[in-house]
Each structure stands twice: as C-alpha cells, then as structure tokens.
Design a protein around this ligand. Structure first.
Ligand code: BTN
Length: 291
C-alpha cells in the first residue's frame, strides 16, 4: 500500500495503545478471553500478520498468540489475492493455533471462523452479515471480512501449528476504496453510516474465535453446519463455481444449486440432471437474485 488511507471511523489511535507493544489482551484491551490474545503483538506496519506470526510460532509462541497490525503492506487472501489493509481502518490480525490436525481438517476451520465471526458482528452491530462459502463475510453482497488459515509447522503429515488470519474492514470510507474494489468491498462504518471503533470490534471478534476454536477441535465442521445454513448467502440458490487460481486454468466449472455444507466443509451442489457433487475449491458466483 503506497499511501496510508484516511480513517473513516475512529481515530488512528482508536485501539488506545502504542504500536510496537506486546499486550496482555484481557488486561490491556479488555478482551473477554482466556487464551486467545493472552499475548498480542501490536505492530504499526507489517507485510502480512500471518507471516509475522509464523515466525513467532517457530520461536515457540503460545497458542492464542495474536499479531495485530495497524497496516499491512502485503496482506493476502485466498488464491494469492491481495487483501487491501490500509492504516487504521480494520482489524488485520492472525491467531496462533496449536491443534495437531490432519491437513484436511485445516481449511474448513476458516468456514467455522467465518460463521462464528459473522454471528458476533451481527450481534454487535445489528447488521445482516452473511457467510459466502468458503470464507467471506458479506453485507448486501459486498465483502466485509475474510479468513485465511495457513499451516505454520508440520511434522509427520500432521499440522502442529497454524495461523488463522482475520481481516475485518472496520473504518474504511467509500473514498478509501480503490476503483477495482468499488462496489465489491464494504466496511462496518460504511454500512452503519457512523464511525466504528476497532477496539469494539476486536472485543467482539476475539471471544467468538476462542469459542469457535474450542468447538472446532471437538466437533469439527459439524458443530457449525446449522448456523452456516442460517447465515449462508448461497444456500438454496443457483451458483457457478469457477476454479480458483491455485487449481490451474483447466479445473472444471460447475453450475448447480447449493443444497448443503458437507461434513468435510465442501459445498454440496445439486444439478438439474438430478446428480450431486461436493465442491472443495473455487469461487462462487450467484446466478440468480433472490425472489
Ligand atoms: C480472503 O478473503 O481470501 C482472506 C483474507 C484474509 C485477510 C487477513 S488480514 C490478516 C491476515 N494477514 C493476511 O495477510 N491475510 C489475513
């Protein structure tokens, strides 16, 4: 990001703490958590919080350690996309997980996180926050938040530690949004038409993640399916799932109706022909608007 964007909601100091500090989240930030955010590394500017946290993971940081940045210069999303993360306008953070998971259980974690954070943001703000498979949060069809889970340490085919990256657009103003994201990206302050404090949102998100992670470890995606069905922006609708960049240009494209979320976290598509298929990767586009 070349120029720091103007903050559409809350002052740049709205977290109320100096960047460069290591904080005790419950004590210093008022987080209602026991292990998520027990240590928060709050940085002024980083490339990607996921990368900073991976380095801390290899140095032995504890589960629940958070890296939170005021600005990311190389924030990234799924499939190598960039994540617009200008200064003082969002929650750009990563949480360290030490879960001992088989690799196939890692990606669905971002769905569980999306469902949990959608609920927390809806409760906090009263907005109609929807989950778009696999890991986007939308308001009115525009993107509010995204989740990026990546392995940090692996051993013998098991994920030993991972980072869960969370980006929530809090104070972005319409004028901050670059032309290529106009009409695609939104923020809480745009939707609420008032300034929104990042700390208020962090206080809603951190406990939701802690609850989510505990539940995911025990129940997997099954513990989140019912809520996913309630919050899904695509359930019951006709969609096209196109291959995403990481699958290569020849991956197949499917058009069907979304009928469920599988136990694995795959999207279940039903076809006019009567068949069904689970889709594991790709970008979902709606084919029809809701009546
Ligand atoms: C997506 O929508 O594809 C995922 C977006 C994830 C963005 C967050 S911001 C904090 C963390 N650091 C990153 O580089 N990405 C994630």
């Amino acid at each position: 990001m070349s120029e720091p964007a103007q903050n559409g909601g809350g002052s740049p100091e709205s977290l109320g703490v100096e960047p460069g500090s290591v904080l005790d989240g419950p004590r210093d930030l008022g987080l209602a958590t026991s292990w998520v955010g027990r240590r928060v590394h709050y940085e002024k500017r980083v490339d990607s919080t996921n990368d900073v946290l991976k380095d801390l993971a290899t140095s032995g940081a504890a589960a629940g350690t958070i890296v939170l940045a005021d600005e990311q210069t190389g924030g990234r999303g799924r499939s190598g996309r960039t994540w617009f993360s200008p200064a003082s306008t969002g929650i750009w953070m990563s949480v360290l997980l030490r879960l001992e998971l088989p690799p196939e259980r890692l990606a669905p974690l971002s769905i569980a996180a999306a469902v949990s954070v959608a609920g927390a943001l809806a409760e906090q703000t009263g907005l109609d926050v929807r989950v778009k498979w696999p890991n986007d949060l939308l308001i009115g069809g525009r993107k509010l938040a995204g989740f990026l889970v990546e392995a940090a340490q692996t051993a013998g085919g098991t994920i030993e530690s991972a980072v869960l990256g969370v980006g929530v657009n809090v104070g972005l103003a319409e004028s901050d949004i670059p032309p290529e994201l106009a009409g695609v990206t939104t923020s809480l302050s745009i939707e609420l038409e008032r300034p929104v404090e990042r700390l208020e949102i962090l206080r809603a998100v951190a406990p939701a993640l802690e609850h989510c992670l505990g539940r995911y470890e025990v129940e997997g995606i099954a513990g989140f399916r019912e809520r996913w069905r309630e919050l899904s922006s695509t359930l019951g609708r006709e969609v096209t799932v196109s291959p995403n960049a990481s699958r290569g240009p020849t991956a197949p494209l499917f058009t069907g109706t979304v009928t469920d979320l599988a136990e694995s976290g795959a999207l279940v598509l039903s076809f006019a022909s009567g068949g069904k298929r689970e889709v594991w990767f790709g970008d979902v586009t709606l084919r029809r608007t809701k009546e």
